[in-house]
Design a protein around this ligand. Structure first.
Ligand SMILES: [Fe+2]
Ligand SMILES: [Fe+2]
Length: 386
């Protein structure tokens, strides 16, 4: 028995009797010759290294390329980012709190083949998307932010993306779907793969740690990539992506999964709002304007990918929902996001064909209608989009 590896019992005698590996005690370690070298010059000159460093001024902070101490939280230059962090922490849940029992019955006995096709493929897309989102924020965006209040919210965001992945896995497992098949579906269905491939292409270069943001062309590419991620990937594709399952929920089907998605959507609304704020501040600080032609290409390829995806998941319409409604709603939400960033609407005249979707995003409303559990977010009324 290898009791020494237990991590829930720090006083276990086994742990002290047979240490599993050379566990070091910082106070008792004798430095190796290589570590026992003389201190660096700055340490030699003062008994308190760094004691003479200048105070941090909020005005010195920048979204990227800042020189202010990244380990010092305040004074804040972006107090709104700290508020996002506090707000996000009032939105806590786990997928285990929501019953999936009725969903198991619905999936096997009530959904039509077309509805099962929609449900499975939405999950297949979302689960891959959320891992991509987690990696993009955690590995590419966060390390390029040079103010800690921005990074702290993004650390929370990374956790939430992982929580979302857990949620999809919980749905897939509870309903008894074939995991091997579902998780591989994005690789074999071109219409699902298309959106993931587009996102990878748009985010790949800026994910590199050596991507030099002092170069103006790179800075523009970074802003455009972050715009793509926050505005389109999270703000349109995710926002719109839950809708087919909400359409089932409105008919009393798959209500557990739909409620899980409502909680995820609530997070995504914050992620999108935060990302839009960062993009706006970045453009202002750096005196940058997003190239209209580059934006046009971005919108067009995003719409084409969404149209192909909708054509696949809704190859047969379901009651109250079809591919054309899905695409129209994408165009309407895209216009809203563009206004929030302060760029031209990409699809002038697009109509709000699914007015109930915003109610769904706000979660606190229509509780009786959807017959979901009583628990509500504390911050349900905090967001107004228009
Ligand atoms: Fe997410
Ligand atoms: Fe997100």
């Amino acid at each position: 028995m290898n009791a020494a590896y237990r991590f829930d019992d720090w006083d276990s005698p086994a742990q002290t009797a047979t240490p599993p590996s050379p566990v070091v005690n910082a106070e008792s370690v004798t430095p190796s010759p290589a570590e026992a070298v003389a201190p660096v010059a700055s340490e030699r000159s003062s008994p308190l290294p760094g004691a003479a460093m200048a105070a941090v001024n909020a005005a010195d902070k920048r979204i990227v390329n800042g020189k202010a101490d990244i380990n010092q939280l305040a004074p804040f230059k972006y107090p709104w980012a700290w508020e996002f962090f506090l707000k996000a922490n009032r939105n806590h849940w786990t997928p285990l709190e929501i019953s999936m029992a009725q969903d198991v019955h619905d999936y096997h006995h009530k959904l039509s083949p077309a509805e099962r096709h929609v449900f499975e493929n939405v999950l297949a897309y979302l689960t891959t998307s959320d891992i991509l989102a987690m990696r993009n924020i955690g590995l590419a965006v966060m390390e390029k932010m040079s103010a800690p209040e921005l990074q702290i919210y993004q650390a929370r965001q990374v956790y939430e993306e992982a929580l979302h992945t857990w949620t999809y896995q919980h749905c897939i497992e509870s309903i008894g779907l074939d995991q091997q098949e579902i998780y591989n579906r994005y690789r074999v269905v071109p219409e699902i793969h298309g959106k993931i491939a587009l996102a990878n292409r748009r985010l790949e270069r800026v994910m590199r740690a050596d991507f030099d943001l002092t170069d103006r062309a790179n800075l523009h590419e970074f802003a455009l990539s972050y715009f793509f991620f926050a505005v389109i990937f999270e703000g349109c594709w995710f926002y719109n992506g839950f809708t087919p399952i909400f359409a089932l929920q409105r008919r009393g089907l798959m209500k557990g999964a739909a409620e899980q998605l409502q909680y995820i959507m609530r997070d995504e609304v914050l992620h999108c709002a935060f990302g839009i704020r960062v993009v706006r501040e970045l453009l202002k600080e750096e005196g940058l304007t997003l190239d209209p032609q580059a934006l046009r290409e971005l919108w067009d390829e995003a719409e084409a990918a969404e149209r192909a995806y909708a054509g696949y998941i809704l190859r047969e319409p379901i009651l109250g929902y079809n591919a054309e409604l899905h695409v129209q709603q994408f165009r309407f939400v895209a216009n809203r996001r563009a206004r929030q960033v302060g760029v031209a609407e990409p699809f002038p005249g697009a109509e709000n064909v699914l007015p109930w979707l915003d109610e769904q995003a706000n979660l606190r409303k229509e509780k009786n209608f959807f017959e979901t559990r009583v628990t509500e977010y504390q911050t349900g009324g905090a967001l107004a989009w228009d």
